[in-house]
Design a protein around this ligand. Structure first.
Ligand code: ADP
Ligand code: MG
Length: 376
């Protein structure tokens, strides 16, 4: 089922007389394609949960509309929307067994939707199998690990075969290893069932790894929508560039002069097609090539060998971060005792942003001319 958000807006009135209203979701427009997994990503407070609450009907929008397929569901109560919801804190009924928890949504079905006891048990079993907890049906939630509890919550959300599945930071309470494993399973289940799914997280790694498309939000405003790799490669502004990627992109104050990117008074790379101006430069950690004649010289702090890769930590007066982190192959020999280290740069790992306002992207590192997106 495709889901259309049409100028969706949610404004919360200020709690004090003088304070400003909070616009938790600001003019969100997006047509979510049928059967896809969408990662909704952004820092805490950017409006992710509010967006989900609007889609499932727990909150009415201040403005805008929501469509499921061709149907306008904006005024439909949550129970009639056919949405499955999973929250961070599982929210299982502690006094019920796993089976009873999963059965719960089916027991409230009325009229023609009412199911026989046998059908309900079968559906509960199917959902339990999907998340691989069919052996735990008689346990109470207190007898389960966090990961198992979250699977029960997912099974409960799936048991009615919802048209849309909404997951609000479902992995936040799990330890690192379980988080990895459970996110793979969510991906598998989503692909097996083909349910249109929105997965909310503040963890960019999580969103990038399992989503067909990601939506990056900030302060209630959608910054960028696209396939994870496209957004990583062509961030629309400095916020998106810094939000995606671990270790994060390295940010420098720079200048464009005569078609070249300059840091301090050194030209570090050609940037054809951008007019002379001050700029903000982003260099992905994987965008550095160790090069004794390279144009970018930095003060070497330390070298961390991490198996496959070597991480070179250095400093530069024009860097906006305390440290610059470069990731190079461990095959490189870096002299740990050297005072300085020199690099040349990989063009498509270098991003140029304007210094004004939202730091819009001016250039995403292509050396073919015509790809520079100059403002105005
Ligand atoms: P996220 O899930 O991305 O962390 P939320 O959607 O929960 O963000 O919140 C977005 C903004 O809306 C925040 O500034 C939050 O304080 C505000 N907000 C959320 N719910 C309410 C509410 N019921 N009343 C007033 N403000 C709210
Ligand atoms: Mg939230």
């Amino acid at each position: 089922m495709k889901v259309v958000l049409d100028h969706l807006t949610k404004r919360f009135p200020s709690r004090t007389k003088k304070g400003d209203d909070v616009i938790a979701v600001n003019d969100f427009c997006f047509e979510i394609p049928d059967g896809k997994l969408i990662g909704l990503l952004g820092p805490s407070g950017c409006g992710k949960s509010t967006t989900l609450n609007l889609i499932c009907g727990l909150e009415p929008p201040t403005d805008g509309k929501i469509f499921f397929g061709e149907d306008d569901v904006t005024r439909l109560p949550p129970e009639n929307r056919g949405v499955g919801l999973v929250f961070q804190n599982y929210a299982l009924y502690p006094h019920l067994t796993v089976q009873e928890n999963i059965l719960f949504p089916l027991q409230n079905l009325k009229g023609e939707n009412k199911l026989s006891k046998q059908d309900m048990l079968e559906k509960a079993m199917q959902a339990a199998r999907l998340v691989q907890i069919e052996g735990l049906m008689e346990r109470k939630p207190s007898e389960l690990s966090g990961g198992q509890q979250q699977r029960v919550a997912i099974a409960r959300a799936l048991v009615k075969m919802p048209k849309v599945l909404l997951l609000d930071e479902p992995l936040s309470n799990l330890d690192a290893r379980l988080r990895l494993q459970t996110r793979e399973e969510i991906r598998r289940i989503q692909q097996e069932t083909g349910i249109t799914t929105i997965f909310v997280t503040h963890d960019q790694d999580e969103a990038m790894s399992i989503s067909d498309m990601i939506v990056v939000m900030k302060d209630g405003i959608v910054q960028q929508i696209g396939a994870p790799q496209d957004v990583y490669d062509n961030p629309t502004n400095l916020f998106v560039a810094t939000f995606l990627g671990t270790p994060p992109i390295n940010v420098f104050d720079a200048k464009i002069k005569n078609g070249e990117i300059c840091i301090g008074d050194r030209a570090v790379m050609p940037a054809p097609g951008i007019r002379d101006q001050d700029a903000v430069l982003g260099i992905r950690p994987e965008g550095f090539i160790l090069d004794q004649n390279g144009p970018l010289e930095m003060k070497l702090n330390r070298v961390e060998v991490m198996g496959r890769d070597t991480s070179v930590v250095s400093t530069h007066p024009a860097s906006r971060n305390a440290q610059v982190r470069s990731i190079i192959s461990a095959r490189n020999q870096v002299d740990k005792n050297a005072e300085t280290v020199r690099f040349s740069l990989i063009p498509d790992k270098v991003k140029v942003f304007s210094v004004k306002g939202e730091n819009a992207a001016l250039w995403a590192g292509s050396l073919e001319s015509g790809r520079a997106h100059e403002e105005e």
